[in-house]
Design a protein around this ligand. Structure first.
Ligand SMILES: O=C(O)COP(=O)(O)O
Ligand SMILES: [Mg+2]
Length: 219
């Protein structure tokens, strides 16, 4: 069985608007101002703990506030994880066609598993994914390879290819010994050439061919 494993934020979905809204609801609760969308988008990638650390630093708040702010952020985000979120163009067809071609599909994200599953469900994609591992599922987060290897394991896959948008995903795939295709329209913080990848793409219409080729080379 061959598997294609996807990252979520910045790869399948443009989730920054909902994350931004939940951050600002959190800040508003205590009268701590707001942050703009570009700033918050830049904070995405290392999971919710780091997101809130970056929010605290950006607003010049005390680090002691972290537990309460994380709790508030999760409350707001879990209540409304998909209203402003969109799939990147071509994702729906790409996921369906990879599934129809017989690939097992998995999700490996640093977002907590609960809202990740809720988002897949909101877009009707949950039925295609045989395994979902979030930032709180296995005790470590990407770029540690354990979450990615856990998805491959859950799928019972002999060969897997990872698809993601950031330097965190590229490092994770490399450490897991997995081929990596980089989506260049997501939330990366580094230049293309600083991120290890076997292929890159800016349009999901071509991903099915790329993923098939990488899975074949991996035999
Ligand atoms: O929640 C995050 O910070 C990043 O999520 P991702 O791993 O799906 O890009
Ligand atoms: Mg991502």
């Amino acid at each position: 069985m061959k598997a294609i494993i996807f990252d979520l934020d910045g790869t399948l979905i443009d989730s920054a608007p909902d994350i931004h809204a939940a951050v600002n609801k959190t800040l508003a609760e205590t009268g701590d101002g707001e942050l703009d969308l570009d700033t918050v988008r830049d904070f995405i990638g290392n999971g919710v703990h780091v997101l809130i650390e970056r929010v605290i630093a950006a607003r010049g708040l005390s680090a002691d506030r972290h537990p309460a702010m994380l709790e508030s952020f999760l409350k707001h985000y879990e209540a409304d994880p998909a209203t402003l979120t969109t799939l990147f163009p071509g994702v729906q067809d790409c996921v369906e066609s990879l599934h129809d071609e017989g690939f097992a599909l998995g999700l490996c994200t640093n977002k907590p598993e609960g809202p990740s599953r809720a988002i897949l469900q909101a877009f009707g994609l949950d039925k295609y994914f045989g395994a979902v591992v979030g930032g709180d599922t296995v005790g470590t987060k990407k770029p540690d390879p354990a979450p990615l290897l856990a998805v491959k394991d859950k799928l019972g896959a002999r060969v897997a290819v990872y698809i993601g948008d950031s330097e965190i995903d590229g490092e994770c795939a490399q450490r897991a010994g997995m081929k990596f295709a980089l989506f260049t329209e997501g939330y990366r913080h580094k230049g293309l050439h600083e991120i290890p990848h076997e292929a890159r793409f800016d349009d999901f219409d071509v991903l099915s061919a790329i993923a098939g080729r990488l899975a074949e080379e991996n035999r």
